[in-house]
Unconditional design. Structure first.
Lengths: 414, 362
């Protein structure tokens, strides 16, 4: 008996571990957090989208009419205290381990309040560094309420797949909290946030289809939420919005952005009224060479971008695959078109933003022996806006898909 | 358990690797980053080069004098009173170090995984495990290390593999970080992160051959330094120089950041298991060696009985500082700076005395 008593006492300390135990059933999983500005500085409106784990799972097939998520908004000073205030009407403890996105309204992002509120987000150890940063054109609460995907209803999977697919196509930048702090604290580059909206404002598109931002896509049907383009942050404050095409260029020029391939259309050189659909494949990183003149604090930057192209559609039906001179013209045309838009964009960053969103400060670093030296040279304000930049695209290969030749129009119409 | 009475070189290798290599996952990198920014990654390597001769000298002396362990060596060279006094001084320094270190680990466990539990309870449990492990003796510790080391290495390799895509190599530039003089000063004064190795010499006589100690220890030291340097390089390239100063537990930030494909997204708990095992093993080993040192100083043969009181004492000392920031940036930093000159100068002093004495005898 005494032995048994000792055993019980000896095993007691194991129960100490239960102090932090929270039953799965007693937690509410917040999948998305939205932050809006209020009239008063230092007070924000927080919106939480709480996932319903039972909806959409195969186990709960018989109660299929359950809502996949609940969205609540509450005013407060920071994320964590507000989430505990929310327990006045949310039944369970809100945890943010599973949070996938942080949605910031454009209005808030354009003020210096943004950096203050996001600092408090990073301090909490529930929010992970991989949480994506989305800037919504309208209020974040409105964005989250409007967002109503028909197919992928489970919100965590919706955000995960939506963002990863849009990333792959280069329509949006890779923007998580980790990168935001890296770039903002580094104070040498511009940060690009994901731009999104649920307000549709279709724009007439003449020319290539991606000179637009979220909300402007002329489309019918589908979810009204659009992720397209990028919000430009300079020193933690949003200053502008990039179109989808500019975002793609930024993705191409930035070696830290992982991008494999994207579909885009380029003007047809032989029949200018048509476009050629091209799959742009980036196998190698862009080569960025900087010649830095220490005395004049001036840099000459040469950018060479090797890429491959696969021609997907030739609506003009011109025989590019077999006529060498046409092929050469198409190659030159794609290269020069890409160079043209890239140069234009770079010029815009130099003159208008006076800083770059390509993370090129990485390449200038090796010219300095230590950080004080590097910071004094001031890449952001002194070197980049005055740098001479040359851009060359080099098409290494051109593929023509599985068809050798297109239908001959004149034979069909014969 | 069927355990060989004497330790082999592989057991020495495993113990040293756990003892020294664990430095990569605690707050040491953020301590280095405070002064040197992105140059933190080669500081361990430079610091190791600075303290390496001292280790060689100690091993050389142990072999020549045919001492049983560290205290025995001091006594043989310096005489009974002075030798014991010196050993006691080393005991005090390293005991303080371990107490602060253990507090540091308790804070990590608390802030990362057990937010609501009080530090006291975690500390008590931590000490119970360490005392329980340490009582079993050096053979069991060595054996356990040997068994665990493949798993620990595998989990570390997995972390490195997963984080590899987030590394941006250009971030190591500017190569001298905050400035060459700061980096060199930091390397010079932080050699003491390897000081735990000196404690291992207490176990010198429990090896099958003295060469087992030497070979296993040296190989493990080199591998541990490479491992630490590489992981610090990862921290410097994943976090940029401005962020690395602000992150207190870079290893855990990284395990939180990585994901295994789209399906396994929050996987830090998987790594936490191995990390926790290694942490326990490290402190069990440290506590045991400390107690051995204490026992040898005061001629207590049954020193294993002292494990419990010493473990308790180190817990009490560890609980004194208010919070982990103070522990890390103030006390531990000063203690490391204080310990390094001792670590560098002392072996050469002993060597000088040894050569003088030998001349007198002959």
């Amino acid at each position: 008996m005494a032995k048994f008593c000792w055993l019980v006492i000896g095993l007691m300390p194991i129960l100490f571990g239960c102090e932090d135990m929270v039953e799965l059933e007693k937690q509410s999983y917040v999948v998305a957090v939205g932050i809006d500005k209020t009239d008063q500085d230092g007070t924000y409106q927080f919106t939480y989208q709480i996932a319903n784990p039972e909806a959409g799972s195969s186990l709960a097939a018989n109660n299929a009419d359950q809502a996949p998520s609940e969205i609540i908004s509450i005013v407060g000073t920071d994320l964590m205290t507000t989430s505990s205030t929310a327990n006045a009407f949310v039944t369970k403890q809100m945890v943010m381990d599973q949070t996938r996105v942080l949605i910031i309204s454009e209005e808030l992002a354009r003020t210096d309040q943004f950096l203050r509120v996001i600092q408090s987000v990073a301090r909490s150890n529930q929010i992970r560094r991989g949480v994506k940063l989305v800037i919504s054109k309208e209020n974040a609460s409105q964005f989250m309420n409007n967002n109503d995907p028909a197919l992928e209803q489970r919100p965590h999977k919706y955000y995960q797949y939506m963002l990863s697919r849009a990333r792959e196509t280069g329509l949006i930048p890779d923007a998580d909290i980790h990168r935001f702090f890296q770039i903002t604290e580094g104070d040498a580059d511009l940060f690009l946030g994901i731009y999104a909206t649920t307000i549709e404002d279709p724009k007439d598109v003449s020319g290539p289809e991606d000179t637009i931002v979220a909300g402007e896509i002329p489309k019918h049907g589908g979810n009204s939420t659009q992720f397209m383009g990028a919000a430009v942050f300079k020193e933690g404050i949003m200053i502008d919005v990039l179109t989808a095409e500019e975002t793609r260029i930024a993705n191409i020029l930035d070696k830290t952005m992982k991008m494999d391939e994207l579909l885009a259309s380029y003007p047809d050189p032989v029949a200018p009224e048509y476009n050629v659909a091209v799959k742009y494949i980036q196998k190698n990183e862009p080569k960025i060479e900087i010649n830095y003149d220490r005395v004049a604090n001036h840099a000459a930057i040469q950018v060479i971008i090797p890429f491959e192209a696969e021609i997907i559609a030739i609506p003009s039906l011109i025989n590019y695959s077999q006529v060498d001179s046409y092929k050469e013209r198409l190659k030159k045309s794609i290269e020069s078109y890409a160079e043209h838009v890239t140069r234009q964009f770079i010029k815009k960053t130099q003159e208008f933003y006076r800083a770059e969103p390509f993370y090129w400060s990485l390449y200038i670093r090796k010219f300095f022996k230590d950080i004080p030296d590097f910071e004094e040279a001031d890449w952001n304000k002194q070197i980049y806006p005055n740098a001479d930049i040359t851009v060359y695209y080099q098409m290494k290969r051109m593929h023509f898909g599985k068809m050798l030749d297109d239908t001959h129009l004149n034979e069909v119409r014969d | 358990m069927n355990v060989n009475k004497k330790l082999s070189s592989f057991e020495m290798f495993s113990m040293t690797l756990i003892l020294i290599g664990m430095k990569l996952s605690d707050t040491t990198p953020s301590l280095f980053a405070q002064k040197s920014q992105n140059a933190l990654w080669y500081i361990p390597f430079l610091a190791f080069l600075i303290v390496l001769p001292s280790f060689f000298v100690i091993m050389y002396l142990l072999e020549k004098v045919q001492a049983k362990h560290l205290v025995n060596l001091f006594e043989l060279l310096l005489g009974k009173l002075l030798g014991k006094g010196l050993a006691f001084f080393i005991f005090l320094l390293s005991f303080l170090m371990i107490s602060l270190d253990s507090r540091n680990y308790v804070e990590q466990i608390k802030t990362l995984y057990f937010e609501r539990s009080s530090s006291l309870i975690i500390f008590v449990l931590f000490c119970v495990v360490c005392v329980f492990g340490a009582i079993r003796g050096i053979e069991v510790i060595g054996y356990t290390s040997k068994v665990l080391i493949p798993f620990l290495t595998a989990s570390l390799v997995l972390v490195i593999f997963l984080v590899y895509e987030h590394m941006i190599w250009e971030r190591i530039y500017p190569i001298f970080g905050s400035g060459l003089q700061f980096v060199l000063k930091e390397s010079l004064f932080k050699g003491s992160i390897f000081a735990d190795f000196i404690l291992l010499t207490m176990a010198y006589s429990s090896f099958k051959k003295p060469s087992d100690f030497k070979i296993g220890g040296l190989i493990a030291l080199f591998i541990a330094v490479l491992e630490i340097t590489f992981l610090f390089l990862i921290y410097a390239t994943v976090f940029d120089y401005n962020s690395i100063e602000k992150v207190s537990f870079p290893f855990h930030e990284i395990t939180q950041y990585v994901q295994l494909g789209d399906f396994f997204t929050n996987i830090e708990t998987f790594f936490m298991v191995f990390w926790l095992l290694a942490t326990f093993l490290r402190f069990i080993l440290l506590l045991y060696l400390q107690t051995w040192l204490f026992g040898a100083i005061f001629n207590i043969d049954e020193f294993e009985l002292l494990v419990l009181p010493l473990g308790f004492l180190s817990m009490v000392i560890g609980l004194i500082p208010d919070n982990s920031v103070v522990t890390e940036l103030v006390y531990r930093n000063q203690l490391l700076d204080l310990l390094t000159p001792v670590l560098i100068v002392l072996p050469f002093l002993l060597l000088a005395i040894y050569t003088l004495r030998r001349k007198q005898v002959t």
